[in-house]
Design a protein around this ligand. Structure first.
Ligand SMILES: [Zn+2]
Length: 74
């Protein structure tokens, strides 16, 4: 299985959207557990790393990813 890469400050998309309707989460703390903050309602949750990796779909925006010209228009 492919290992997901994510860093502090990244905006990630979860498999299940937050009850508020947003599925964008910002990684605000990394450690044994990962704290993510919902971009939509600013609610933060602490999830074990294994669970986070399982539930994370993809990294939407990486803080220090300048290599990829992701010129997406939203
Ligand atoms: Zn939310």
């Amino acid at each position: 299985m492919e290992r997901k890469q994510f860093e502090l400050g990244d905006i990630v998309q979860m498999k299940k959207p937050h009850p508020c309707g947003s599925n964008e989460m910002e990684i605000i703390r990394m450690g044994m557990d990962i704290r993510i903050k919902c971009v939509g309602c600013k609610h933060s949750v602490l999830v074990p790393r294994a669970k986070f990796e399982k539930n994370m779909k993809k990294v939407l925006r990486s803080v220090n990813d300048a290599s990829e010209p992701a010129s997406t228009t939203e």
